[in-house]
Design a binder for this molecule. Structure first.
Ligand code: 13P
Ligand code: SF4
Length: 358
């Protein structure tokens, strides 16, 4: 849909008033009306790095979700203010692991005698609390673009064959990376359910596991099924299926390619004219890519028949962005995301470990 011309003009004017004092980051899942004002766009890894590389910007306006804005606050200086245009832009997956639940899980692992051999790895899609837990216990953050390297790093922290990973909070990214990239079997993975006593696992199961996967998932990517893959293959002969690693293992196994949002864009960019693609990730991005590459003769469709936006990403709309920019231009800092000092200290350790991965 076309953006309201009045709001577009107001966003432009407010950005111009702020000049270099503001830097706008936009995640690939943002609406078109918002992404047009982003100074950079990217996946969550690229945006974390880009935020850290802008020390001169007084304000970072994060068009994305809460955990991304927290990470930007952790990686920028205290003088810089990070603003999330709508505070209700959370992430249901990140909410599936609370600090309290993870502390309790660590007690369960300690009781079973496995905590000392376990390295926590948390997906970027987690609260600053969980990142701080990870940093405190010798672990690292990862994103969908470096999960393999993060797991290799984690296993290298313990003697060969002795270590295991507690992977938070996305069971699918954890499982897909362990099986596809590290060659583990599904039996090497167990799922820790925070809503059941002892995670629903025996001490033996914990001891024998190489991957303890937190029972979290993305509700957007969870909608894709094996049926979606079979259906699109029948409908579009020769189609290549390209999905995000937050999809279920059976979907990822049936796909031709798997990768982060940035990887998906790179693949489509390099694809030859006449190629056909079905993409399993958020709909704002897929629609934009379909429009961008149609003139080059690349046919790009959404993997599922149903509409599949990330509702929290979509919370950031043009009215919220205009409000945030105009407020900043008027000297009012609204919707600031500020992680407390103690949490920040350890979360930063885990984030910096990720940024230092080879
Ligand atoms: P990436 O941008 O890292 O691929 O992650 C997708 C996502 O779900 C962000 O919330
Ligand atoms: Fe969270 Fe999924 Fe939305 Fe990403 S797409 S922000 S993981 S709910």
């Amino acid at each position: 849909a076309a953006s309201d011309p009045d709001l577009v003009e107001r966003a432009r004017a407010a950005k111009a008033r702020l000049g270099d004092r503001v830097f706008v980051l936009g995640h690939h899942y943002q609406r078109d009306e918002v992404i047009q004002f982003a100074d950079v766009t990217g996946d969550s890894f690229k945006l974390a790095r880009d935020a850290a590389a802008r020390p001169e910007a007084e304000y970072i306006v994060f068009c994305g979700v809460h955990f991304m804005a927290e990470s930007a606050d952790i990686l920028t200086s205290d003088a810089q203010r990070v603003v999330l245009p709508d505070l209700a832009a959370g992430c249901s997956m990140a909410d599936m692991a609370t600090g309290e639940q993870v502390a309790e899980a660590w007690d369960v692992l300690t009781e079973a005698g496995v905590a000392a051999d376990t390295v926590p790895v948390t997906y970027m899609n987690s609260s600053a609390d969980i990142k701080a837990f990870t940093g405190r216990h010798g672990g690292t953050v990862c994103t969908s673009s470096n999960a393999r390297r993060a797991l290799e790093w984690a296993f290298a922290q313990r003697p060969e064959g002795a270590g295991r990973v507690l992977f938070l909070p996305d069971q699918h990214l954890g499982r897909n990376t362990a099986v596809r990239d590290l060659g583990m079997s599904l039996d090497d993975c167990v799922v820790y359910n925070p809503h059941r006593p002892n995670g629903g696992l025996t001490a033996d199961q914990l001891r024998n596991a190489r991957m303890i996967l937190w029972r979290g998932h993305c509700s957007v990517h969870g909608r894709f099924s094996l049926d979606s893959v079979n259906e699109v293959r029948a409908r579009i002969p020769g189609v290549q299926v390209l999905v995000h690693p937050e999809c279920k293992h059976e979907v990822v196994s049936a796909a031709d390619h798997v990768g982060s949002t940035e990887h998906i864009i790179r693949m489509l960019d390099a694809a030859p004219a006449g190629s056909k693609w079905a993409i399993g990730t958020e709909l704002n991005l897929v629609r934009r890519l379909a429009d961008r590459y149609a003139p080059e003769g690349k046919e790009i469709v959404f993997l599922d028949r149903t509409v599949c936006f990330c509702s929290t990403m979509n919370r950031i709309d043009l009215p919220h962005l205009v409000w945030a920019l105009e407020s900043l231009a008027d000297g009012r800092v609204v919707n600031r995301i500020q992680v407390d000092t103690e949490t920040e200290r350890y979360a930063k350790v885990a984030l910096e470990r990720m940024l230092a991965l080879p």
